[in-house]
Design a binder for this molecule. Structure first.
Ligand code: FAD
Length: 550
């Protein structure tokens, strides 16, 4: 039989015997329909981005059997989601919702507790419920991807009218990305800030609508996010307090023109003065989008070739990092050349508005000696610049996947601390990452994503999924970066399943008061601790103190 068809003994969640678990699954089949419940009893095939698994993390840093689902259920409606939640409470089975499961770098589709039943919301709940061209808003279900919405705007003749903000890869779910507080690269790049209104199934099965959605007959759900009273949306992002079944999103009006630009800067030390220039321009919106300042190593990796193509024979081992000389020799074939940093940005509006802003940017950036502006007309068509150009104009793209080829069987995991947009902070975080990568002999891929008043440093570690030693070094490197960053006052904006307890622990002000508050909420909302136990370091009472944290 092909590997895909062979059987594997399904995992059973802890706390229930195999016999009862099989009975529970029969009960679930009766409620949702037999064809919509599948047991995870086949080999764990990783597939690729477009055919990703929904049972485990296709880029796992641990053993694949560690964070693995016992079964997957496919609800077709909010009522189905309610039934699944009630079923989980009856049988005390952990459940883990995903919208599409493409959370690569942060755990993919995997549940935190082994043997959880995954609720794959996106497979059947994938309707665009509303697109409002007057208010520039939409209302979507979990299975609507950035690509899906973009294509639908095209079908309705609205692509020129309004833009979808997309992350680097457009195949993720708008809801999945937003509830994990993901980012895109137009002025609407802070997805959580741009959403308006949620429908949520609580862990005990009730449905709530937040903001104006709580007022029957209101036509303002997607236009005013707050409604009246406490603003409850926040507790449904990066948490395990509810399952989002609908979400409103605001869309960007076509600005009437746009123009990408790219500048390179020569020296590693240019980072600090450059950040001092970027901050006031970004806060005053002369630099308008969530732009990226990327290190030259990424310019090479974005070509999609394995690291061995750039190596001399002595350094072809995965535990010998690429040298600065090799990096620059390889970069000679990219527009970054012998420079170290590349800034990708976009200016919006009609030509006269753009030229006003672009002139200021040009004058400011040229205060860094050696700064170069790259003329896009000199670049080949498949140059990475054009992928950034698409994304900053709301056109989904896949080019970014290419750097996963840096290692054979490339998986990746991210370290993503936040700081103000300041030279001193950028330098400290850059040095911290660099030194710890050197400690573990890992190639260093830093990129700063500049928000409005803060920036995320995104450091991706690319590893061979079949190389146990590489994975071990990658994880140790991440753990050290998280701890050492926290000691210097920096915390992660988002993290992988395997690091959630550690990262949550770094937010420890006043003897962990925030964590305790989250536990109180968890126990009140989810008395049986069935929903995504451990997600974001929040464990319900049935799990606490029993050795689940890692
Ligand atoms: P899902 O995997 O469905 O959801 C993410 C998590 O949110 C789930 O694990 C679950 O815990 C929770 N969740 C999902 N749906 C619900 C729900 N309905 N109710 C309650 N909880 C829910 N990400 C960015 O943000 N920006 C980037 O620029 C970016 N670039 C990337 C580049 C590369 C090369 C790769 C490989 C990844 C990148 N990512 C980026 C990470 C990731 O691919 C995206 O964030 C992706 O959109 C997340 O996957 P998803 O949308 O399928 O979400």
């Amino acid at each position: 039989k092909p590997v895909r068809d062979r059987q594997r003994l399904p995992v059973v969640p802890q706390g229930i015997c195999r016999e009862d678990f099989l009975k529970a699954l029969d009960d679930l089949r009766q409620q949702i329909g037999g064809e919509y419940v599948s047991v995870n009893d086949r080999p764990l095939v990783d597939g690729w981005y477009m055919e990703h698994p929904n049972t485990h993390d296709m880029m796992t840093i641990l053993d694949e059997e560690e964070f693995v689902a016992s079964a997957v259920v496919y609800p077709g409606s909010t009522e189905d989601v309610q039934s699944i939640v009630r079923w989980a409470n009856k049988w005390l089975v952990p459940i883990f919702p995903i919208s599409m499961g493409r959370n690569l770098g942060y755990g993919g589709a995997a549940p935190r507790v082994r043997g959880s039943v995954t609720i794959d919301l996106g497979r059947r709940m994938n309707a665009i419920l509303d697109i409002n061209p007057e208010d520039y808003t939409c209302l979507v279900e979990p299975g609507v991807s950035f690509y899906g919405l973009y294509e639908e705007l095209g079908k309705r003749g609205l692509q020129e009218h309004m833009w979808v903000d997309t992350p680097d890869l457009g195949g993720g779910s708008i809801i999945g990305n937003t509830v994990d507080r993901g980012v895109g690269y137009t002025p609407y790049g802070d997805h959580w800030a741009c959403h308006s209104g949620l429908e949520v199934v609580l862990p005990t099965g009730e449905i709530i609508r937040t903001g104006m959605g709580a007022l029957p007959g209101s036509n303002t759900w997607q236009a005013f996010p707050y409604g009246f009273g406490p603003y409850s949306d926040g507790i449904f992002s990066q948490s395990n307090f509810g399952i989002v079944t609908k979400m409103g999103m605001t869309l960007m009006p076509n600005p009437g023109g746009h123009e990408s630009f790219m500048y390179t800067f020569q020296n590693e030390e240019d980072l600090a003065p450059l950040m001092e220039i970027i901050r006031p321009l970004r806060i005053s919106q002369i630099l308008e989008n969530v732009a990226q300042l990327r290190h030259v190593t990424q310019a090479i990796a974005a070509r999609g070739l394995p690291r061995t193509s750039f190596y001399s024979s002595s350094s072809s081992s995965p535990s010998v990092p690429i040298t600065p000389e090799e990096i620059h020799a390889a970069a000679a074939k990219t527009p970054v050349g012998d420079h170290t940093w590349a800034y990708y940005g976009m200016s919006y509006g009609p030509p006269h508005i753009r030229s006003y802003k672009l002139a200021i940017i040009d004058a400011e950036f040229h205060k860094i000696p050696g700064c170069k502006k790259i003329d896009p007309s000199t670049l080949p068509e498949d140059e990475y610049f054009f992928s950034r150009d698409n994304i900053a104009a709301g056109v989904p793209d896949f080019h970014e996947l290419r750097w996963c080829n840096w290692r054979p069987n490339g998986g990746h995991i991210a370290f993503s601390p936040v700081s103000p947009i300041r030279g001193a902070d950028a330098t400290k975080l850059f040095q911290l990452g660099k030194e710890i990568h050197e400690r573990y002999k890992i190639d260093f891929f830093p990129a700063f994503c500049v928000g409005l008043r803060e920036m995320h440093l995104i450091v991706e570690i690319v590893f061979d999924r079949d190389d146990a030693d590489e994975k071990k070094r990658a994880l140790a490197c991440l753990r050290d970066m998280v701890d050492e960053a926290a000691k210097q006052g920096y915390g992660e904006y988002r993290t992988h399943l395997v690091l959630m307890d550690q990262v949550a622990g770094t937010y420890g002000f006043n003897d962990g008061a925030l964590g305790k508050f989250n536990e109180k909420l968890k126990d009140a909302l989810d008395p049986n601790s069935i929903l995504a136990p451990g997600r974001c370091g929040i464990w319900g009472q049935r799990y606490r103190g029993r050795g689940w944290e890692m």
